[in-house]
Design a protein around this ligand. Sequence first.
Ligand SMILES: Nc1ncnc2c1ncn2[C@@H]1O[C@H](COP(=O)(O)OP(=O)(O)OP(=O)(O)O)[C@@H](O)[C@H]1O
Ligand SMILES: [Mg+2]
Length: 282
Amino acid sequence: MLRTRGLTREFGGLTAVDSVDFDLDPGELCSLIGPNGAGKTTFFDLLTGVLSPSAGTIELRRDGEWSDVTDASPHEAANLGLHRSYQITNVFPTSTVLENVRVAAQAAGNDSLRVWRNAGSFDSHIEEAHGILNRVGLKRKAGVTARNLSHGEKRQLEVAIALAGDPDVLLLDEPNAGVSSESVDEIIALIEDVATDHAVLLVEHNMEVVMNVSDRIVVLNQGAVIADDRPEGVRDDPAVQEAYLGGYEPGAGAAASDDAADPEGSVASESSGRSNTPEGEA
Ligand SMILES: Nc1ncnc2c1ncn2[C@@H]1O[C@H](COP(=O)(O)OP(=O)(O)OP(=O)(O)O)[C@@H](O)[C@H]1O
Ligand SMILES: [Mg+2]
């Protein structure tokens, strides 16, 4: 339902996203992982029209038809059904939780492309917003001012706002960032729930979350896909171990990060191929 071919983004001499062929099927929950600076957020920015690609295509299927959305603006991408929960979102901090979701529902409903399917009144948007809050576990917080929510609740609100946009594909960039450990289970439950009726692409550093929720995991390293497999396959893939999991130290996190050209990473990508079948000792 979403596919990219040869998707590439360069920043000056740096190739942040390098010829990525990616497919997301309806109902699938796919995680995108990789070291800091691997290109995950840039890939999201390309999908949502925040950045335009240097090369390659992005296509989205709706109602059985593929359409090219390579050059869509963020607004157009959202209208076509790609919706993203940002690492830092456009939550209105001084509005109530309910109001935040109602406005998002109204914005989606008011769009000219969608009027025919969602010609909503004010009341119907409120009703819709209540339904969404119920779903994400914020029912009892409807009247609370958004800035007074806990971190975990803010993440839930972000997902609620994304859902109010009536997306086909939900893009979640680190929904657990800054969330206390007791809320992680709730976020996992929420991700699994929204995945029952949306395709989801998740960027997440918490490997426990990733291994638990994903149908499939795509690993990026220096902008390129080095593995694309079910969780067990990815976990046991030596190239992934070398590029990411092996060197992954929670807390020490950003080490390899933002100065992209890490020469060691390329060794891993060469040795890997795109193996779907890890061989030898795991
Ligand atoms: N606007 C920009 N201009 C120049 N370089 C950029 C820009 N945005 C990202 N980069 C570079 O592109 C590479 C990929 O960055 P990106 O933010 O996509 O990585 P990431 O996988 O999301 O990392 P993290 O796990 O830290 O969020 C990095 O080397 C980064 O420094
Ligand atoms: Mg990022």
